[in-house]
Design a protein around this ligand. Sequence first.
Ligand code: M6R
Length: 611
Amino acid sequence: MCGIVAYVGHRQAYPIILKGLKRLEYRGYDSAGIALLNGGLNVYKKRGKVADLENHLADESLNSTIGIGHTRWATHGEPNDINAHPHYSSDEKLAIIHNGIIENYASLKKELEDRGHVFRSQTDSEVFIHFIEDIYNNNDIELEEAVRIALSKVIGAYAIVIMDSSEPDKLIAARKGSPMVFGIGENEFFIASDATPIIEYTNKVVYLNDYEIVVVKGGEFSIKSIENEVMTPYIHELDLKLESIEKGGFDHFMLKEIYEQPRSIADCLRGRLVSSQGHLVLGGLIEHMNKIVNADRIMIVACGTSWHAGLVAEYVIEELTRIPVEVEYASEFRYRNPIIRENDVVIAISQSGETADTLAAIELAKSKGAFIFGVCNVVGSSIARATHAGAYTHAGPEIGVASTKAFTAQVTVLTMMALMIAEKRGTISASTFHAILADLESIPQKVERALKLDGQIKAIAEMVASSNNALYLGRGYNFPVALEGALKLKEISYIHAEGYPAAEMKHGPIALIDEEMPVFVIATHDSGYEKIVSNIQEVKARKGKVIAVVTEGDTLVQSMADYTIQVPDTNEILMPLVSVIPLQLLSYHVAVIRGCNVDQPRNLAKSVTVE
Ligand code: M6R
């Protein structure tokens, strides 16, 4: 959470930082601030969105070729002007931006207060810069050395950038546990939480590793470890297009990303699957095939929507490969001393590749000797680098806080994995393998057709928008889709929604059903169809309002449900890729009708880099 941007070079820093903060606003948006060197070190900050800061600064003279900026998702201290970043040292000669949490900040603060430091904010980040200042002022050392000493004493996670008023061409940055990308231009340098603020100016970037410190000074840079060892950076060439991080004519990123799915699924399949040749190769899997094929058990760790993709994968992998699969919330897994055996394989799923709980679950599994396979969207992200092997989802940047195209790309990759493993294990017949390959290849067109239902879904959204609660039911492969539909609705429209396996309804949730309650039932043609038809009858008998997602041509459910949404048919193991589309669209429209901020829902952030 929180986005950071910094610039030093020959251009005006303010517009670069402001634009960068707007691109990073998905990471946090309760307050924002900027520090510039314009006749002294000046900090400008404001509660609210980056646009509020921009308005606030409309009449200021903001000339500076160096600056740091921050968009906040509050952890310590409520969102207000004072707690917004950047924070000053006590002599106001240094300023810091920080993404992360300093866990031992209370004891550091007490020590510093005893030594006369006075704090203006309630943040851990202000304590951090005072701590650095204290070390700097009490020792005859360079500022970077003071930073290094401070970093060796703080506990927690950080991506920080520090500016010093006495050195107008210098920035010091460091990371541990929070992402940081360092951009190298022609006599100019950029630092940001991800590459989106940088891409316009240079495609040369270094993904900093944990415990690395970069010092930019006098047009040059150096990277050292926290142990003072000089590091040789690997300079990546970014393959990110500016258009992919803009709205491209859509009202919201979420809608754009929903509509991108035929393309993002096709990108995910490209070069990996050619059904006419029976070709299916995930590069990252090949090298480790023996390990995975011979796994006694697969454990999947993830959070939120990625966890739902993991749940789909549990059904698919077990069905096709007959390897037992367990799916765990990374946040539970990491704290419960899980049993991991030598032949277990752990799959970590994450869109951002930065989710703190998933990262910690990976570290725990690694420490117990497990082999970790990552399924990530963001190239070069912390999780992509922490895993032993992996496959990217290639969905392109996902900026809307509500995950959509990442989910379908994750399910696509995991299904390809399952098919490859099954083929190698001989647990799938050649004809089934080829049939599923062909069906998988045709998913982008089916998603395209499902998107055409938008007008009908918008009309249903009008009815749902006034509800206070909603229930989502599904069975088998569609059960995780029910969970995902409920998550989408609650996170962006603030309607309370629950997802359940349809048969579980009678064990409790059925008590909630009355004529006010919209019940979404995913009742596509699959092996559980007849059972779910009975569940629909149970809901109707209690006067619930049924909105059913059914297979094209279905007449039985149509005769019972209040509304039906007909999606194209496909193999049942692939149905989540299609049946989720109307639920994404519905949540989007409900949120718009209710006047909610679709791309920046309250209290949420895109990357959850705190535990
Ligand atoms: O980046 P990750 O996939 O690791 O993120 C996991 C969750 O934080 C994320 O899926 C979250 O639940 C989304 N807001 C759901 O739309």
